[in-house]
Write a protein that binds this ligand. Structure first.
Ligand SMILES: Cc1cc2nc3c(=O)[nH]c(=O)nc-3n(C[C@H](O)[C@H](O)[C@H](O)COP(=O)(O)OP(=O)(O)OC[C@H]3O[C@@H](n4cnc5c(N)ncnc54)[C@H](O)[C@@H]3O)c2cc1C
Length: 496
């Protein structure tokens, strides 16, 4: 990383999605400075963004309160301000002549990119040196995906940042109280906010590595077992209360030392998913437009609501899906669990999106915004890549259409899960199925498979694969085999 030894006296450490003291390179660097100060800014652009929900803000505020206590123990005050970043920096500069701004890189939605440009402008105009450090495997200005996995491993296996201590706090500025949701003009979250902050993140990780993860492979798919058997680290990774490197290294250490072969086997599967996290984030870093428009432009205009099709989105269908009253019990149960808890396992997330995309023929953007507000772990790069993958708009992935009935048979065979979340099932109070599955899927497949056969779609798929696809072979993209999406139905159709 850039060497920023202390010519200037004061460093401002800007905490964003990195609410921790351990493995925090900006904090470690600031410890060398004559004086330092921490800063968290609650930005109106975030609060007003369509992905933000009070549950995210509540989790952040609790994490900030914990961070403030942890930093105080190191001698570093943490200021919490509300406003746009340039305004906050300008006001602070009147009180403190900081010379450096330190932060982690962020791969966020459009509003955060615009904010970063404004911060860079402000720093240039004021002669403040802004230095950013990576905190995941995401590589900025990546020219080719070839070799990416090796770089990921290199970063994750590098020693964690030195533990910061011995701060000399900038004179005159005291830590400010963390605001409440009410003070920010927000209502209470619709779902309970789980324990936040660094200690909670480590407790979650340690319980998983100590044994909770033993059944990970088996527990992963069913909504009955996943809540306990998955790591539940996603919100902590999204808010940076633990670093990806620490999770990776702690997992590898546990695999190496575990006397329990079943646990080690399960943790290997878990370790692979940590790389997926960064692999998907890299896609948004490389193609910021994927949060708003189809990755494969050849599918533009296919589904109402994509901004190109003339027909508007079917609001009634969207509403029924969001409220968990589609008349498909497994779909409704999953949506209701998600709304009540802020979390759902991967397979059931995929089924919800597949249902919106294929059964209801909704474009992914509005369902994706709704889900982003529900997922406490909303991570833009993963979220939008997955929304597109599960909707069949990436051009390169197999079209996966989930059958709610099959998912119920496989993962809730006794119906316990569905009865818990849809107690009115089987009574007159429960709606009839919102669409006829057979005809809805036949129409969806006809349109999508037909389109994927075209020469334009296949040429586009090759280009997308080269830019975004994983490189399992390790060959350069020109020589690597292009993994084409399956374009014709397999023997059992393509229902999962
Ligand atoms: C439509 C859709 C949207 C999603 N949106 C998000 C999101 O906004 N934020 C998010 O963190 N995950 C998202 N996921 C991926 C996945 O569902 C969650 O990471 C996982 O369920 C979180 O629970 P966990 O931490 O217990 O996961 P574990 O199974 O314990 O996995 C450990 C970590 O690996 C990473 N991971 C696991 N599965 C995936 C995956 N398929 N893709 C990328 N990373 C993965 C996550 O960081 C996760 O915390 C989405 C999946 C789908 C289908």
């Amino acid at each position: 990383m850039n060497d920023v030894r202390p010519p200037g006296p004061t460093a401002l450490v800007w905490f964003k999605r990195d609410l921790r003291v351990r493995d925090h390179a900006p904090l470690a660097e600031a410890a060398h400075f004559e004086s330092a100060l921490g800063l968290v800014v609650i930005e109106p652009a975030w609060l007003a963004s369509p992905e933000c929900d009070p549950r995210h803000v509540g989790f952040l505020l609790a994490g900030v309160a914990a961070l403030q206590r942890d930093l105080a123990a190191l001698g570093l005050p943490l200021l919490v301000r509300t406003g746009t970043m340039p305004q906050v920096l300008q006001a602070l500069r009147r009180e403190l002549r900081f010379t450096h701004l330190f932060s982690h890189e962020e791969t966020g939605p459009g509003w955060s990119y615009a904010r970063d440009l404004a911060v860079a402008d402000w720093c240039r105009s004021q002669g403040v040196q802004w230095v950013e450090w990576p905190q995941t495997g995401v590589v900025r200005r990546l020219r080719s995906r070839t070799g990416w996995a090796g770089r990921w491993a290199q970063r994750m296996n590098a020693p964690e940042a030195a533990r910061a201590h011995g701060f000399k706090a900038a004179a005159g500025l005291q830590p400010t109280p963390v605001p409440t949701l009410g003070q920010l003009g927000l209502p209470a979250p619709g779902a309970p906010v789980p324990p936040a902050g660094e200690a909670a993140a480590w407790a979650t990780l340690e319980s998983f590595l100590a044994g909770r993860g033993r059944d990970y492979r088996r527990a992963l798919s069913s909504p009955l077992t996943a809540a306990e058997g998955c790591s539940r680290l996603s919100a902590h990774l999204a808010f940076g209360t633990v670093s990806m490197r620490c999770v990776h290294q702690a997992t590898q250490a546990r695999i190496a030392t575990s006397a329990d072969p079943a646990l080690a086997h399960a943790l290997r599967a878990f370790a692979g998913r940590l790389r997926w996290h960064c692999h998907f984030m890299q896609k948004l870093e490389d193609e910021p437009a994927l949060e708003a428009r189809n990755l494969a432009r050849t599918v533009d205009g296919l589904r109402p609501g994509d901004g190109v099709a003339e027909a508007p989105l079917d609001r009634e269908r969207l509403q029924a899906w969001c409220e968990g009253r589609t008349g498909y019990p497994m779909v409704d149960a999953c949506m209701r669990q998600l709304r009540a808890t802020g979390w759902l396992n991967f397979r059931m997330r995929a089924m919800l999106v597949s249902f919106a995309a294929y059964h209801l023929w909704l474009h992914w953007r509005e369902p994706g915004l709704f889900l982003a507000r529900q997922f406490l772990d909303f991570e833009p790069g993963i979220h939008w890549s997955q929304m597109q993958m599960q909707s069949g708009t990436t051009g390169i992935n197999t079209l996966r259409i989930y059958s709610p009935a099959k998912q119920a048979r496989d993962h809730d065979p006794t119906g316990r899960y569905v009865r818990r979340w849809v107690p009115e099932m089987g009574t007159a109070a429960y709606p009839a199925p919102i669409v006829d599955e057979r005809s809805a899927l036949a129409a969806a497949k006809l349109k999508l498979y037909g389109l994927r056969q075209t020469a334009d779609a296949q040429a586009e798929a090759d280009a997308i694969q080269r830019k975004h696809g994983s490189r399992r072979s390790g060959l350069p993209p020109s020589k690597a085999p292009v993994r084409r999406a399956r374009t014709t139905p397999g023997p059992q159709g393509e229902l999962f």
